[in-house]
Design a protein around this ligand. Structure first.
Ligand SMILES: O=C(O)CCC(=O)C(=O)O
Ligand SMILES: [Fe+2]
Length: 249
């Protein structure tokens, strides 16, 4: 049985006071709950991209970043959302609860380019990891506005400032602009390497650090559930459904 997180102090799980506000909780869900979640993912909802596939629940956002008002499906709500409530994760966002979940699936060798999450969402993202461990890289936004020569690219490009190891069943919470003032990405590799207490920012918070003592972690298929609060919500069902152009993200 996973803990119910009633008297849990999230501030104790902050990854580092020097970097953006990011919190890590291993074993946020139990192995049974993980298996149930994996079993509930609808096989017909995947949007296939080049290096991963994704699903959006309850729906994709419309072009103007508006969510059509609809509840999250129950399998994405229980048991996760009540635990968020007990931890106060979304207590300061406009709807005080997540209203949107993006699922991403990465097979070994797949990843996601460094990016920021954009203006559609409140500045809190809560990510539940399923199936496999992988490293999330956090990048500073280097000022690359003017690159005189292509060779300057290495100096001006985004730079990894933090590496976060996400174990299956863990929760990662990013707050306070961590996903807007910094970039985040996942390298398209088949194993994560160079893992140790000085290269992994959340090493001291890991559930099972002994599993990574060899310094490498082989990727299996990993699915993330990223819970968000979309700022703009609309009841105008017919107007939005009438529009042809729907954005993935
Ligand atoms: O899979 C993840 O943990 C990150 C996904 C992500 O960055 C996104 O969907 O914007
Ligand atoms: Fe993202």
């Amino acid at each position: 049985m996973a803990a119910d997180f009633a008297d849990f102090d999230l501030s104790q799980r902050r990854i580092s006071s020097l970097t953006p506000e990011i919190f890590y909780i291993p074993n946020f869900i139990s192995a049974d709950e993980e298996a149930q979640l994996l079993g509930k993912i609808p096989p017909n909802r995947w949007i296939v991209l080049t290096h991963r596939r994704l699903q959006a629940h309850p729906s994709q956002l419309a072009r103007n970043n508006t969510l059509l008002r609809a509840p999250l499906p129950p399998w994405l709500t229980d048991p996760v959302v009540p635990r968020f409530e007990r931890l106060g994760i979304f207590s300061d966002t406009p709807h005080r609860a997540p209203n949107h979940v993006l699922l991403n699936e990465y097979k070994p060798g797949e990843g996601i380019m460094p990016h920021e999450d954009g203006l559609a969402y409140a500045g809190v993202v809560a990510t539940v990891s399923l199936g496999s461990t992988l490293v999330l890289d956090i990048y500073s936004k280097r000022d690359g506005t003017r690159m005189k020569e292509p060779k300057d690219r290495s100096q001006n490009g985004p730079k990894v400032i933090s590496r976060i190891l996400q174990e299956p069943r863990s929760l990662l919470v990013t707050k306070g602009g961590a996903y807007a003032d910094y970039l985040h990405g996942i390298a398209p590799v088949t194993q994560d390497t160079d893992l140790n207490p000085s290269t992994v920012a959340n090493w001291s918070l890991l559930g099972n650090p002994t599993a990574f003592e060899s310094g490498t972690s082989k990727r299996e298929t990993r699915i993330s559930l990223t819970y968000r609060d979309v700022l703009k919500v609309s009841d105008a069902a017919s107007r939005i459904l009438g529009k042809k152009n729907i954005l993935v993200k």
